[in-house]
Design a protein around this ligand. Structure first.
Ligand code: HEM
Length: 149
């Protein structure tokens, strides 16, 4: 283990990058896990978003683990998540208003769980991904691509 890997304190495909992001934002795997758990607790209570998740996720443990790996990859560049999120969202009964609500809850939770720099870091990435997921969902709907997921 080299100096970067030790200072990162998170196994990463890109330890130097991960270490630098951690130093600048205070984000690490523990904070991201707390963020994911607190965020989905709110999502599940939300009258518009809750039922969409409840219809599709019966076992929340694996979903929360997957989402923690996703945020570790997105926010800390650890390479922990291997998946195809677009495929999982195409076919969901959502319009931009759902993504907007998702982002409101995410922003609020990030502000409660992360440092200000950490909240900014994750929120910017969530906003970008939400826009591209929304575009993929609406494009698929307009072009009539059947939902094969
Ligand atoms: C309208 C907002 C959203 C809804 C209703 C929604 C719903 C869902 C549902 C139901 C699943 C489980 C799918 C399955 O296992 O079949 C899922 C998975 C996932 N979502 Fe979302 N989502 C939303 C927005 C987002 C956003 C903005 C992000 C990223 C910033 C995101 C990232 C993911 C990821 C990474 C997975 C796991 C995919 C996998 O299985 O590898 N979602 N979402």
């Amino acid at each position: 283990m080299n100096a970067h890997e030790m200072s990162a304190n998170v196994p990463s495909m890109r330890p130097a990058v991960t270490a630098q992001i951690q130093a600048e934002t205070g984000l690490d795997e523990v904070v991201l896990r707390d963020l994911v758990h607190a965020f989905y607790a709110k999502v599940r209570m939300d009258p518009d978003l809750g039922p969409i998740f409840a219809d599709r996720i019966s076992n929340w443990g694996p979903h929360l683990d997957r989402m923690t790996a996703f945020w570790s990859s997105v926010a800390l560049m650890t390479g922990k998540y291997h998946g195809a999120p677009v495929q999982k969202h195409v076919g969901l009964p959502v319009i931009w208003a759902h993504f907007d609500r998702w982002l409101d809850l995410f922003r609020e939770t990030a502000g409660e769980v992360c440092s200000p720099a950490g909240a900014k870091h994750v929120t910017e990435r969530a906003e970008r991904i939400a826009r591209s997921l929304n575009m993929a969902v609406q494009d698929a709907r307009e072009s009539g691509v059947p939902d094969l997921s």
